[in-house]
Design a protein. Sequence first.
Lengths: 315, 434
Amino acid sequence: MLELIVISTLNGVLFGMLLFLLSSGLTVIFSMMGVLNFAHASFYMLGAFFGYQLTKWIGFWPALVLAPLLVGAVGMAVERYGLRNTHKHGHVAELLLTFGLAFAIEEIVSMIWGKSPVDYRVPAALDFPAFTIFSTNYPAYKIFMLAISVLIFVALLIALKRTRVGLIVQAALTHPHMVGHLGHNVGQVFMLVFGVGSALAGLAGVIAGPALVTQSDMAALLGPILFVVIVFGGLGSLPGAFIASLFIGLVQTFAVALNGSLASTFGPLDPSIGPSVLTDIWNVTIAQIAPVLPYVLLVVILIVRPMGLLGTRET
Amino acid sequence: MTSTAASASDIAAKSSGQNLRFYGLWVIAAIALVVLPLIFSSGGSLTSFSLIGIAIIFALSYNILLGETGLLSFGHAVYYGLGGFAAVHVMNAVAARGWPIPLPLIPLVGGIGGLVFALLIGWVMTRRAGTVFAMISLGIGELVGSSSLILRSVFGGESGISTDRTALPHIFGWTFGPQIQVYYLIAFWVLVSAMAMYALTRTPLGRICNAVRDNPGRVEFIGYDPHVVRYLAYSFAGFFAGIAGGLAAINFEIANSAYLGAVQSGMVLFATFIGGASYFFGPILGAILVTYLQLGLTSLTSVWQLYFGIIFIGIVMFAPGGIAGLLMMHRPLIRAGTLGMVIPSYLVAALPTLALACGVILSIETVARYTVTGGEGNIVKLLGIPFNTTAPATWGIAAVLVVGGFIVARITWRRIAEAWDRAASIARDRGYLA
């Protein structure tokens, strides 16, 4: 039991940090531009596939740098040539544009790399057990992923709190018009933020690709969870997104690891009842309901606290 | 005094003329629905018509949210799917217990299924509009979609729940075994639902929905709660989506978890938006087009969904009013008689635009064939001309068509815009709004 708790906590924090790499960009983009970037998870997927392809051509370490930059460039192009032109039609049109993009990117990826998972492997230099804990080997690559995400987190924090650009971004979060009046080129800031946000998503993809499955449906699987994270944490709140990412990461990891069901706790139901919704619920394991849990949390938070954990705007 | 009386009778005459035209349209639609299968009587076209009919109800129900109330939902298929499951369960119960419920009433059961769930969940969901609503609808869609795989006794797991539509009590000797009878059942419900949904847009509720879409703040000032209005609109949308789902369950004799999945939700959004959300007939056009493309393209190309994505992005960026919006833009020009000024520029633009489209299609198909098989001698046929996907010439032609087509087409598009401005300003001078 202790082993399970330690390992799941490690995995959960890792998944949570990955989620934060994505949700931080999504939150900043949303608060600044009012655009919910539906294609954000698609940038994550692009990162994974670019990482895979570049690793094949030039090796993992150059890919780790190049792939996020490429994704960032794609993101900036989307902002400059797509969103900026759609802005005049309102936020719904922008949201629909990114929805269409997410759809098209998934199709393009499955057209080029196929629908089945690609063979994106952990680099040889990191393919060893970092330490053994209660007879479980913990892979070094996961420690590396954790280190990268913590590094990015700290860098992001410093960039936001200590640099001039960060100051402008923070100001534009709450008062975009005022920032514009002060003479800053808000359009350029938007493009930059969109690029950085996409690049972070791409980086998450590059490092998560070998550990998870790199497949053309990975964006569709992760995207909705990202939205849950940012609604749960409170729209436009970075600390909220951080807490929600960790929380949902931990919840999902623990749920997958636990095998209990109502039947195993309280004993099986009387078989004479026959199959019904009750027996379904009685026999389902926690691991089986893991994919549903984030959405249950979403409904609960909407009923209990509609603005999200740390949100200031009413959701 | 006499002048006001005259104008009043004028208005009465005008409105009665409009009424006549209005009812005439519905009568024509009804006749068309009856005659259509007599002209195209093959099995394939009957199936297509049935699917299009279901898609029309579904898209119109979605437009109660998107077009009328301004709510962008990414989870509308939930109501379609739950309606389908409600219909299947009731059909099986009717067949097993011998209740006197004939098949034509089953879509109503589907509608009630959708309505009940919309009433349950809608209050929480419609608290806010806009992006927040969109995200929540996505979350609820995922929640129901994933739960459907867990609650096996209700949703039948991966395989779904099947039924037999002929096992229900027959009326007027109709067994609903042959597709033609199912088609007429669907056609009947299409007409009834479309009329009901059109009527809904003309009620005070429909009008206040429009107001909530355009300016919720002012709606509150005049004493309505936008939340309640959105909730009502949401419930109606759930009801009509459930009818569509019930018809789908009758048509396929099965309901499975794909009915309430994200793909279905995406398709109805595509259909509605491509058709045009701002006019009542927009979603009808969109449903016909998207279903037709879906049926036609799947046999032609393996990447048909990519074309949907591209069409959708193009519509969002360049024609947010959809096809209906594009068509209706020309109405003032036709009335003012200045349409002739734009036509030549359209004709000039048609060639490079077509070249661009061919280039895009050729590149997509070439890449798709090349990466999927990667092998030798893959032939893509476009306009009857075979292209070898491994030959550099093919890639060259595709690149030239795309780049060259785009450069030339842009110039002709600018000429369209200029011609349009001239025609529209004349139309405006003549008193027709443009």
